[in-house]
Design a protein around this ligand. Structure first.
Ligand code: PGA
Length: 257
């Protein structure tokens, strides 16, 4: 399976800054076999960046969209409008869940809409610190996973990417802590166990599972070499060319082992 390195720029960079930054990354990054690199700029930058990027090197991902294809939904952007611009779309990021109150129903509709539109959804799941302290991690991961995947047919499961992001480890969260590789391995095992139990081992093995939460060049290798982790979703460090580039180099090294 490929290794995925996905940068989530969140609400950072103007269109001009995004373009300059992408230019810098394109100059540095060389395509590598079995390594898929994508960045998720703000929605307004997607159109110009889609003309600028070399998709063999860096693909684009949407950070958000609405699940309906068109209509009277002021302020929203649909998958059919994004289709020619992006290959991937984040769905269910914790900032969407907790700041914008997206529910599992919203998330499942978005996952289904992305697949319908030929865009691979990156379904983000993860427990909060309180849920973790109360021993609810497994239940939360299971609910978010199957809540998000409910409307996906078994044949389409191989289009889905799952990203495990413990909310308490996301760098922008107040008092964020680093998840130990052991913590991450436990949750990845839980995710894979439930996917296999529901869809069968063969289907489960085709679903990439990424890790995200304060990933940087110092810890990237430890997360990437965990069993059944197929890549990283990176926020803060993806905004700094040297750091993003270093993580990509680490991924190349690990992938080619
Ligand atoms: P972080 O963000 O790498 O800054 O913790 C990850 C994310 O929110 O996807």
């Amino acid at each position: 399976m490929k290794t995925f390195i996905v940068g989530n720029w969140k609400m950072n960079f103007t269109v001009g800054e995004s373009s300059l930054y992408l230019h810098k990354l394109l100059k540095r990054i060389k395509p590598a076999k079995n390594l898929e690199i994508a960045v998720a700029p703000s929605t307004i930058a997607l159109q110009p960046l889609s003309l600028q990027t070399d998709r063999k090197k860096i693909k684009l991902a949407a950070q958000n969209f609405y699940f309906r294809d068109y209509g009277a939904y002021t302020g929203e952007v649909s998958i059919s409008q994004l289709r020619s611009l992006v290959d991937y779309a984040l769905v269910g990021h914790s900032e969407r869940r907790y700041i914008f109150h997206e529910t599992d129903k919203d998330i499942r509709e978005k996952v289904a809409a992305a697949i319908r539109g030929g865009i691979r959804p990156i379904l983000c799941i993860g427990e909060t610190e309180t849920e973790r302290d109360f021993g609810e991690t497994e239940g939360v991961l299971k609910d978010q996973l199957f809540g998000g995947l409910q409307d996906v047919s078994e044949e389409d499961l191989n289009k889905v990417i799952v990203a495990y992001e413990p909310v308490w480890a996301i760098s922008s969260v107040k008092g964020a802590k680093l998840a130990s590789p052991d913590d991450v391995q436990k949750s990845i095992n839980i995710i894979r166990k439930h996917l296999a139990a529901k869809f069968g081992k063969e289907r489960e093995e085709k679903i990439p599972v990424l890790y995200g939460g304060s990933v940087n060049p110092q810890n990237a290798e430890a997360y990437l070499t965990l069993d059944d982790v197929n890549g990283l979703l990176i926020g803060g460090a993806s905004l700094i060319a040297d750091q993003f580039d270093d993580i990509i180099e680490i991924a190349k090294k690990v992938t080619n082992k």
